[in-house]
Design a protein. Structure first.
Length: 190
C-alpha cells in the first residue's frame, strides 16, 4: 500500500513539474535548454583557504581545551582516590557528602566539555555559512559570465564526462581571493 502511495505521489509530482513547461510551450514560449556546470562541493569544503584556516584555529583551540581538561581530569582522579582512602576514617554521612561534592564536580566538567563541543560546532557552521554565501555569489557571477543556468554537485552526478563543465577550480580561486581567512570568535577560557 505504501509503495502504491509513493508511486502516485511521484507521478503527481512528475505531472505537476511538467505542467509549467507545457503551459509555456502552448503559449508559444520556449523552455531554454539546460546549460550545466558542475561543482565539487566536497573539494571546495576541503580546499578553501578560509575553511582550512578556520579548521586550524578550531583545532588549536580544541587542543588547548583538551590539555586543560586533561589536567582537571587528573585532579579529579586524585580527589577520587583520596576520597576512597578516607572512606574508612570518615563517617558515612561525611563520606557521602564528599562523594556527592565530587560527583557534582564531575558533572560540571562533563557539562563544560559538552557546551564547548557544541560551541565549536556552532562556530564551524557559522564559518561554513559565510563560505556558502560567497560561493553562491561566485556561482551567480560565473553563470552570467559563462552562460550556464544550472549547477549540479559532482557528488550527485552519476555520469560525468570531461572536466570542461567543472567550475570547481575557478570557484576555489575566486573564493580564496574573496575570503582568504575567516576570523573564528573562539569562546573565552572557562
Amino acid at each position: 500500500m505504501k509503495s502504491v502511495i509513493k508511486t502516485v505521489i511521484a507521478l503527481a509530482a512528475l505531472v505537476a513539474s511538467a505542467l509549467p513547461g507545457l503551459a509555456l510551450a502552448q503559449a508559444g514560449g520556449k523552455v531554454p535548454p539546460a546549460i550545466i556546470a558542475v561543482i565539487d562541493s566536497q573539494r571546495v569544503n576541503r580546499e578553501a583557504a578560509a575553511l582550512k584556516n578556520a579548521r586550524q584555529q578550531l583545532e588549536q583551540f580544541r587542543f588547548n581545551f583538551q590539555s586543560e581538561i586533561a589536567k582537571e581530569e587528573e585532579k579529579l582522579r586524585a580527589e577520587e582516590q583520596e576520597i576512597a582512602r578516607q572512606r574508612s576514617v570518615l563517617s558515612p554521612e561525611a563520606f557521602e557528602q564528599r562523594r556527592q561534592a565530587f560527583q557534582a564536580k564531575v558533572v560540571e566538567l562533563q557539562k563544560r566539555i559538552q557546551e564547548r563541543s557544541q560551541s565549536l560546532e556552532k562556530m564551524l557552521n557559522g564559518v561554513r555559512e559565510q563560505v556558502t554565501v560567497q560561493v553562491i555569489e561566485i556561482l551567480k557571477s560565473l553563470a552570467t559570465e559563462r552562460g550556464f543556468n544550472m549547477v549540479l554537485d559532482r557528488a550527485q552526478v552519476q555520469i560525468f564526462i570531461g572536466d570542461s563543465i567543472d567550475i570547481t577550480p575557478e570557484v576555489l580561486k575566486r573564493l580564496d581571493q574573496r575570503l582568504p581567512t575567516v576570523k573564528v570568535n573562539l569562546p573565552a577560557g572557562k
